[in-house]
Design a protein around this ligand. Structure first.
Ligand code: NDP
Length: 290
């Protein structure tokens, strides 16, 4: 029986994810490094803005920070309640999940890696996909809380498996984003109307989430709304390529994609949306995808 839940890290994802928790739980603590956001969340959704020390006394503690290093640093000196489950929704590093799961087990708590996909709109609508690695009993205990913001929630394996699935997922999206940038600059170079081309492709075998949503809603209309920062995508492709290398696999497409996304991130403002990676291609070819 879950008496209390907490959410740590009220960023683009966390702020929206945590908003669903008061619909199902009476006691919902929130904490954010910039504490104004926690107070704003409490005023908007009826959560309780509390100290970090108090937040981690909840039965289920969610976190959603940029990197595993941020989560590890936060957890370093915290004392948790015995039997609590820490559900880390950061897109993190599998090795780190294993280390943190072992450390929390020594303190009588459970660590689950539970990254999410579905973008900020999925967080807002409570329709995220959650891919969970770690202790099965911990998963079952935390499941009702994850259902507050997730629709497809899968236990995918031992500690680190959730982070691995998320990294590979984002790498696949990045591969597609790079391919779409090359494909559409090629079409434009040949004088093709890109909007008409997109309609054809979205009714054909080349379609993908990138062609169905990212290209029309972010790139062709030149809006590039910042909901998922490009450096975060570069981090994810880095995690995926590290996994391939650790397994001593030759992964030429993934490797090239990681280099391209990292280069695009290095060339961009750190607050650029992931879709603005196409601007690197545009600068090479002097062709704008619009
Ligand atoms: P944001 O940058 O919007 O938010 C980051 C949050 O983490 C903020 O609340 C920030 O606090 C906090 N934070 C950053 N560093 C620290 C630290 N060292 N200690 C404590 N708190 C810290 O990121 P997102 O919400 O976009 O992403 C969060 C995670 O979710 C990432 O791992 C990302 O890859 C993943 N993700 C993002 C998606 C998206 O569409 N945006 C989709 C799916 C996954 P403060 O307000 O004080 O800066």
């Amino acid at each position: 029986m879950i008496q209390s839940v907490a959410f740590i890290g009220l960023g683009a994802m966390g702020y929206r994810m945590a908003a669903h928790l008061p619909k199902q739980f009476d006691t919902v603590y929130v904490w954010n490094r910039n504490f104004d956001k926690a107070e704003q969340h409490a005023a908007e959704y009826g959560t309780q803005a509390v100290t970090l020390e108090q937040a981690v006394q909840a039965d289920i503690i969610f976190s959603c920070l940029p990197t595993s290093a941020d989560v590890a640093q936060l957890l370093e000196n915290l004392s948790l309640k015995s039997g609590s489950v820490w559900v880390d929704c950061t897109s993190g590093v599998p090795d780190s999940a294993q280390t943190l799961a072992a450390q929390l087990a020594e303190r009588g708590a459970i660590f689950l890696d539970a990254p999410v996909s579905g973008q900020t709109i999925g967080a807002e609508n409570g329709t995220l996909t959650v891919m969970v690695g770690g202790d099965v009993q911990g998963f079952e205990k935390a499941l009702p809380a994850m259902q507050a913001f997730g629709t497809l929630i899968k236990h995918v394996g031992e500690s680190g498996a959730g982070f691995a699935v998320k990294a590979v997922n984002n790498m696949l999206m990045a591969v597609n984003l790079c391919a779409v940038a090359e494909g559409f600059t090629t079409l434009k170079a040949h004088g093709v109307n890109l909007n008409e081309a997109l309609d054809c492709i979205n009714a054909s075998s080349g379609k993908s989430m990138v062609t169905e949503t990212v290209l029309p809603q972010r790139i062709l209309n030149r809006s590039f709304p910042v909901t998922f920062a490009l450096p975060l995508l570069a981090k994810d492709t880095g995690i995926a390529i590290d996994l391939a290398r650790e397994a001593k696999l030759s992964a030429p497409v993934l490797s090239l994609t990681q280099n391209l996304i990292q280069a695009a991130s290095d060339l961009s403002d750190k607050n650029s949306d992931f879709s603005s990676a196409v601007k690197m291609y545009e600068s090479w070819s002097n062709i704008t995808i619009e």
